[in-house]
Design a protein around this ligand. Sequence first.
Ligand SMILES: [Zn+2]
Length: 463
Amino acid sequence: MRRLSTLIRASSDAELPAIFLRLLSVVRARTQSAESDAVTQTDIVPARPEPPAALWLDGGTLADGTGCDPVRNPGILAEAGRITRLGGARPAGAEVVDCSGLMLTPGLIDAHVHMACAPFDSSLRYDVSVAEMAADMFVNCQQTLEGGFTTVRDTGGIDRGLAEVIASGKMPGPRILQCGPVHSQTGGGGQMGAEWEPTHLWDQHAIPGLVAWALLSDGPDELRKNVREGFRRGATFVKLLVTGAVVAISTQQPSDTQFTVAEIAAAVEEASAKGTYVTVHAHNNGGIRAAVTAGVRCVEHGSQIDEETAALMSEHGVALVPTLSIMEQLVVDPASMGLAPSYASRLSEFARTARDAVLIARDAGVRTGLGSDLLGPDQRDRGRELVHRAKLETPMRALEAATRINAEVIGLGDDLGTIEAGKIADIAGFAGDPLSESEQFADRDRVALVVQGGRVARFTPRG
Ligand SMILES: [Zn+2]
């Protein structure tokens, strides 16, 4: 259907007789409605340039994302973008990549990014041109891919257009799943700018087609309408802020709970009607418990999760995406994001408990993924999130969180996250052994190979 509609759109109407134009309008209407109904997480897959018919990765060591011990000289065959075989003989006619000296892993997944927050300034001054903002976003996408991240889940701010430009192959970048604008209550964690600014001017900060940070709603009906608006713009999942945030209007605090259970439940109902899910920004336990009660599927940050809340999440099958990198960036160097030093003290209480929360959740059996949540124009350091987790757990656990577990969290567990026959051929190759020395996960110079959808997106031969 997608291919048909692309062909139809490519035709020039002026060249067609009137009877065909009428027929065409019916077909177009049908294909567009079929596409908009399909909120599946596999909808956005980089399609161009086309991958080679066959790609053979020769040699190297494979850590396949399952947590099993690494295997030497695995031999990986990808055909038409998917992995079709491990081991066996090198097939004749295949494009061959010499992977000797590389540790091959599944393409990394960052389950919490903000591509649109580059540059980022919570005061939302109008001192950055739209062109510069767009340029930073595309640079950000390219650097993300070059760092070995072949998929990201954008948890707020971008327009669908960015994901589609990357998917079309016009610009390099990771596969992007996106929720469009986040949903926040008035004066909640999604609202920025000056306190004196009347809320009715909030929407003026959005740049249609490029950036819209948050839609503000109060009451289940208003939230329902805005969730539907998000879907109309192409969101593939829904993000709500159910507690206060650090980088937001100063009259709210991360310790606040936001949205009622009834409001959250309305969003959950709309998401399930679209065949997708709700994830929530949440720091404190009260907000998390309300969200779990209302039926959300995932919690972002979760920096104060206690045993009781972790047990509730586990019971309801709710996943967690901890975000340790942003905590460090905000505490150590808020200026790197253009933020005032006061943000560091605002966060410090949550940064202190965030590491414990990861272990509490994991020990309660919560599916615990990983996200960097980096903000600002320089987001090259996504790999640092794996380093944080490696130090907290083990390098292998960090790798699993960034591959298999994150793929499950974002709804792509059948297609991504491990290297096995049938999966999309997204593969990273590190020159070295990040499982022995986890700092290598954050060393972009070591990312010698990136394969995305069976096509080599980056390869630095070692001499
Ligand atoms: Zn975030």
